[in-house]
Ligand binder design. Structure first.
Ligand code: HEM
Ligand SMILES: *[C@@H]1O[C@H](CO)[C@@H](O)[C@H](O)[C@H]1NC(C)=O
Length: 332
């Protein structure tokens, strides 16, 4: 009788402390599709309309937004840290050479944010706006549609020094790329599949000039590059790059504004722009996935959408973590 009462008391106490702990430190909720359905029902359609408007004006906004999402998610997770302005004495991600001057699409996010603040103030995070915008860009430019979970919150930190250890440079080999993506929880297949984004948009000559003029001591030109393609690139990118002028070259010459599987076909023809791209075909580790993606456009498109969703869940802030920024370029 006495022990039964003690047991009951213990049980009640345990239950109480468990519930109290849950209330004080609830584990952050997961992302979910349709997060804004009640809070701001037109959130996704407003972002979509804004992206449409900008891409209709200039198709380069679509690749710009997809790349911006990659650069956000790989550095401190998808928390819109890439959108924050530098502070005096504290340069932000935005001003890293990997982002400045090549990253584009900030005005799309700012306009969508301004519209959303006017109808549902302090409700839709900048990280979700960027998430929707990258999805919409993939649909507009590639016909790739996917439902994307939301409920992200915005971070309050952005540091230029986070870039080198998180974003892969264009001279990485297949093993280094594999390792870099694995640290973000992404598989080899997902790494190759997401790289298909290099089928639209542009690159500055400075990102691959070493393949044309200064490969190594014995080979001034990268022997993995198709010589015909190399001479075309040399015309577009004279030796003098790195100075004031840094022209751009289309990532895919055939369908430059189309997000499609042409990237993989180009690799098979030794026409990858970056060493890190060509490596995906030249390495045993990844060649099979390149060949599959080159053959089967539809399968690649579906995998691309899935991989974007997975990338979009990297180290996200949810629940009461972070904040809902009022303006995407500054913390509240
Ligand atoms: C695998 C490792 C990757 C490397 C080393 C890499 C590197 C680069 C470089 C150097 C550029 C050219 C920047 C410039 O000079 O203007 C570029 C452009 C681009 N990247 Fe990547 N990237 C990688 C993966 C990705 C991923 C995963 C995505 C998205 C899913 C992506 C999307 C893009 C897009 C769309 C562009 C064109 C941007 C524009 O036209 O504004 N990249 N990338
Ligand atoms: C230069 O690159 C080629 C092709 O990758 C390689 O075979 C050669 O050994 C390299 N030479 C030096 C000096 O690194």
């Amino acid at each position: 009788m006495g022990t039964a009462r003690v047991k009951l008391a213990t049980l009640c106490y345990c239950l109480f402390s468990f519930l109290a702990a849950e209330a004080k430190f609830p584990s952050p909720p997961p992302l979910k599709v349709g997060f804004y359905q009640d809070k701001c029902p037109s959130a996704e359609s407003i972002v979509r309309r804004t992206v449409h408007k900008f891409v209709a004006k200039s198709p380069g906004f679509a690749p710009g937004l997809v790349r911006m999402y990659f650069h956000d998610c790989f550095v401190r997770g998808c928390d819109a840290s890439v959108l924050l302005d530098s502070l005096p004495g504290a340069p932000a991600e935005k001003d890293s050479p990997a982002n400045n001057p090549s990253l584009r699409g900030f005005e799309v996010i700012d306009e969508a944010k301004a519209r959303l603040e006017s109808i549902c103030p302090s409700t839709v995070s900048c990280s979700d706006i960027l998430t929707f915008a990258a999805r919409d860009a993939s649909l507009i430019a590639g016909g790739i549609n996917y439902a994307v979970p939301s409920g992200r919150r915005d971070g309050r930190v952005s540091l230029i020094d986070d870039i080198p250890q998180n974003l892969p440079p264009p001279n990485f080999n297949a093993d280094q790329l594999k390792e870099n993506f694995a640290r973000k929880g992404l598989t080899l297949d997902e790494m190759v599949t997401l790289s298909g984004a290099h089928s639209f948009g542009v690159s500055h000559c400075s990102s691959f000039a070493d393949r044309l003029y200064g490969f190594n001591a014995t080979h001034p030109q990268d022997p993995s590059l198709d010589p015909l393609f190399a001479s075309f690139l040399k015309q577009r990118c004279p030796r003098t790059v790195g100075g004031a002028s840094d022209p751009t070259v289309m990532m895919d010459l055939i369908t430059p504004n189309r997000l499609d599987n042409a990237f993989y076909v180009n690799l098979e023809r030794r026409r990858g722009l970056f060493g890190s791209d060509q490596m995906l075909y030249d390495s045993e580790l990844t060649r099979r996935v390149v060949e599959e993606n080159a053959r089967r456009a539809g399968v690649w498109g579906k995998k691309f959408g899935k991989a974007m969703v997975k990338m979009g869940a990297i180290e996200v802030l949810t629940g009461r973590q972070g904040e809902i920024r009022r303006k995407c370029n500054v913390v509240n």
